[in-house]
Design a protein around this ligand. Sequence first.
Ligand code: AMP
Ligand code: ZN
Length: 432
Amino acid sequence: MYWEKEIETMDRGGLEKVQMARLRETLARAKKSVHYGKLFAEMGLDAGAIRTVADVGKLPLTTKEDLRENWPYGFLACSRDDLIRMHSSSGTTGRATVIFHTESDVAAWTNLLARSMYMAGMRRSDVFQNMMTYGLFTGGLGFHYGAEKIGALVIPAGAGNSKRQIQLMRDFGTTAIHIIPSYALHLASVFTESGYDPRRDTKLRMAFIGAEPHSEKMRRKIEEFYGFKAFNSYGLSEMNGPGMAFECPEQHGLHIWEDNYIVEIIDPATQKILPEGEEGELVATTLMREGMPIIRYRTKDLTRIIPGPCPCARTHRRIERIKGRTDDMMIIKGVNIFPIQIEKRLMEIPGVGTNFVIILDRVDYGDQMTVKVEVQRGFFGGNLQQLETLRRRIVEEIKTDILITPKVDLVEPDSLPKSEGKAVRVIDNRKD
Ligand code: AMP
Ligand code: ZN
């Protein structure tokens, strides 16, 4: 049941002691880096002032801009000779941030992934197909090492090439996959087109899905199609990547591995720490990173801590699935909207296919939102009346949620651009 029972179920007092000891080491190490060395000196920060885990709130926040300004080596707390691995964020805007790992960093990260996958139920008897991009993105090598540590047979399939993915699954009896949720839906349509049904024609029994926001409805749709359990996996490259927070078999919130991270939820506007249970921006401090410790990193991801214990008996607190990133928020006619709100509605409507995109334009000085939605293959048999009924229903459902009437265009299956990595959900033409 547990990969490391003692630490996974340790009482909160014990866990805080572990955190405190590791925080002290982290601060001492961070001070050696150019960035924190300078910052701590300027602040006159005395490590003695940090007596409890809650005191972490007295430390300065770190932002993506800090990482960029200190690019590439200004956060290093060790010699470059001690590094064995580099990864980077998949950010499409500006310079991608890079993260370096020592041997012990990779070992600690690998262990967290093994712990996470084991928690969800993967074992050495599993055949694990990793359908994530290998390379700088953390989802490839991160999961790969973790699955090998469990002792599963790993197929490093990488992303894309859907027909081959299905072939691999069938040839080698794949039981577990790691896949981006939007791609899982796309792959579903390739299964159908190829005349295969994953329930009948594969041995798939579980999936790890993550790397992008997705709703509970989308998870259920994926689970239903494939006939497996899909576990939400969350992380960001600045905090290693996946393995930071993961769902247990309860599938109700993601346990944050608090022996490796201290997490806080702040109000993104005021930067004040919010009480447990309130929604805000996740801020995280690494506790086990030797090469490049990062303190109070602003993830820009919106979530909340789920108060109370989890029936699985793990004591590490849970976060709710990520609602979106502060910078994904669309402001349309003055209303704040997240793409996941649209996605959630679409996933409930029969006839909706596997992909959609939101396009924002400025028309006559006002905002206009267009949602292009792929329809399900073969669902309508060319019946225009039915298509129009579907279109109207989508308009109504979205309007009920966001109080804005969108323009909805129905399009053919597979006609919208799809990405092998994180889905691009919003095209904002309003920015000039
Ligand atoms: P990267 O560092 O490029 O791997 O991107 C990390 C970002 O991907 C996070 O900050 C989140 O915004 C997003 N992300 C990763 N996993 C999830 C997940 N399970 N649910 C929602 N968003 C996620
Ligand atoms: Zn649990």
